[in-house]
Design a protein around this ligand. Structure first.
Ligand code: HEM
Length: 150
């Protein structure tokens, strides 16, 4: 059995769910909330997508960590003897930490006090998380294709 193939599949499925969910939030749910002048749709989406999003993130971290072991022979030399894949994997870990910090801030601070007035603040969070997630995708493709330089 080719475990690597299944790990890549799980990683791509998780990436689709995570990024896809954020695109629906940005492209459908937030504009609808602005038009209606009500945050009910946003809260409903967060409630429903919350679990799927969290599951997708757990899948990304687990499958990503296992995939990374294919590209990094010795984690102790990741800074002293860096490789293009090593750089990109470190970048992915940093991006993930930023996303988690933003998501935590949004769930603990921004969402509980969400009103039509603070919707812009929440939308800003969602844009930043989506942009960082797309960067994670770009870095991931770079790992397989030998870097980010064309
Ligand atoms: C929301 C989070 C993430 C997204 C959206 C994401 C997205 C992607 C995508 C689209 C690929 C390309 C797969 C391919 O070439 O077929 C990839 C590859 C990869 N990702 Fe992630 N990723 C995420 C999190 C992580 C994390 C936390 C790690 C762990 C360090 C990680 C490690 C990797 C590795 C090592 C590869 C190369 C796989 C290979 O081609 O062997 N990813 N990622």
């Amino acid at each position: 059995m080719n475990v690597y193939r299944y790990l890549v599949m799980a990683h791509l499925l998780g990436a689709s769910a995570w990024i896809g969910g954020h695109l629906v939030l940005l492209g459908v749910v937030l504009p609808g909330a602005r038009r209606a002048g009500s945050v009910a749709g946003v809260l409903e989406f967060e409630h429903r997508f919350g679990r799927i999003g969290l599951l997708a993130l757990v899948v990304q971290v687990a499958s990503g960590a296992l995939l990374a072991t294919r590209w990094i022979d010795d984690w102790r030399t990741i800074f002293s003897a860096p490789t293009p894949a090593g750089h990109l994997i470190i970048a992915k870990i940093v991006l993930l930490a930023l996303i988690m910090a933003l998501a935590r801030h949004a769930t603990r601070r921004v969402l509980p006090a969400l009103t039509a007035t603070t919707l812009g603040r929440f939308a800003f969070h969602a844009w930043v998380v989506t942009a960082l997630s797309v960067l994670l995708l770009v870095c991931g493709v770079g790992v397989r294709t030998g870097g980010l330089v064309p």
